[in-house]
Design a protein around this ligand. Structure first.
Ligand code: GMT
Length: 375
């Protein structure tokens, strides 16, 4: 198959899923053409069967604001036509699904065709898509997609109810590469961050308000009252300054380590004991899955698709949004009971391996491609 993939190329989970999917398809011999404004971060080496097409932005002075959606449509048209693509797969509805719809329309006028699949990832449905100005367009582009997948049952239901859509949506969960994310010793890093044998909590995200990163700092403050502990924060974004300020205000800044954006995530996760995900909204929680694949229990909020990933009292604990008191009690409970901790760690790993292994999820995408192409 020749597949065009459009995604956001930066740190977000939707870009990670799209890139890992493209890489896996290319490995199976499919030709994959990424179309975006920059090369996705994880395409950092030459890979056979992978091609990248950069969307060029017009700099005409009249266009005070970027016309990315239109430029993307033009690039899609070019690649579909010249590379003879069989299918477009766009990740994150806004504006990718609309651009793909326009490309299909243009081709139809010339008696040509292309089918496109939209994968819904999260805030395209639960946050940005709900803005009144976007809502009709998001609904329309989903209805017009030749196929739609969602990364959790929660996201599927939200899409159908919030946008009043009657359409078949296939749930295909996020997946994990177990060759990269696996339990392995990370003693040097651990020694570096917790030289006196402290317990280590970790959180990775893009520090947007929806992630509630300040809650991780409040959790650490409470945990420290019972046991010596450190918090490692990986990533960057709008809430980072606020988090640094809060850590100082609570006088625990020496125990909060801000690493910024990092690529060696598996090594960092392996140096930790627990992963925290106190999000306000989370359609799946890919970074929690990455931690589980390294055999780390997760303490999360109960929102969105998180209960489809984190099994309460088995692979970790789930609490109400903002209930940092309960989350910290859960953390102390696990970190002070070695037997229980080891059972939870093993359960986390087993769940990642048995349900979200790339080898299990990739065939679902391929089957779905074939279904859409055959319909
Ligand atoms: O919706 C977003 O915040 C964007 C997206 C991204 O690019 O980071 O994240 C979502 O997609 C991930 C991959 O499918 C999911 O694992 C995340 O849970 C989801 N984020 C949210 O729902 C907040």
């Amino acid at each position: 198959m020749k597949i065009g993939i459009t995604c956001y190329p930066t740190y977000g989970g939707s870009g990670v899923v799209a890139t890992e999917l493209g890489l896996a398809l290319a490995k199976l011999g499919h030709q994959v053409h990424f179309i975006s404004y920059a090369i996705p971060r994880r395409l950092n080496r030459f890979v056979e069967n992978i091609f990248f097409h950069e969307v060029e932005m017009s700099t005409y002075p009249l266009f005070e604001h970027s016309l990315y959606g239109l430029s993307l449509t033009s690039k899609m048209l070019e690649v579909i036509e010249y590379e003879k693509l069989d299918l477009m797969h766009v990740h994150y509805a806004i504006p990718h699904a609309v651009s793909a719809y326009m490309a299909r329309k243009v081709l139809e006028k010339a008696n040509k065709s292309i089918k496109f699949i939209t994968t819904l990832h999260g805030t395209d449905i639960t946050l940005v898509g709900l803005e009144p100005s976007f809502m009709p367009l998001v609904k329309f582009s989903i209805e017009e997609s030749d196929g739609v997948t969602a990364v959790s049952r929660f996201l599927k239901e939200k899409t159908l109810t919030n946008y009043n859509i009657q359409k078949e949506i296939e749930v295909i969960y996020n997946f994990i590469d177990l060759d990269i994310y696996k339990p392995q010793p990370s003693d040097v890093f651990r020694q570096h961050i917790a030289p006196n044998g402290e317990k280590v909590l970790v959180h990775t995200s893009n520090f947007r308000p929806v992630k509630r990163v300040p809650d991780t700092i409040r959790i650490l403050e409470k945990v420290r009252k019972d046991i010596p502990a450190k918090l490692v924060l990986v990533g960057d974004g709008p809430d980072r300054s606020e988090c640094e300020r809060l850590a100082r205000e609570l006088d625990i800044h020496k125990d909060v380590i801000f690493l910024g954006k990092q690529d060696a995530l598996a090594e960092i996760l392996n140096a930790a004991d627990l992963f925290l995900m106190p999000s306000q909204s989370e359609s799946f929680g890919l970074s929690a899955l990455e931690a589980m694949a390294c055999a780390k229990p997760v303490i999360s909020s109960s929102v969105g698709g998180l209960p489809e990933l984190v099994i309460h009292n088995e692979t970790g604990y789930i609490a109400e949004i903002g209930d940092v008191e309960r989350m910290s009690k859960y953390a102390v409970d696990l970190l002070t009971n070695e037997k229980k901790y080891n059972i939870f760690a093993k359960n986390s790993l087993d769940r990642a391996v048995n349900h979200f292994d790339k080898a299990l999820v990739l065939p679902k995408y391929i089957e779905y491609y074939e279904k859409v192409l055959g319909s």
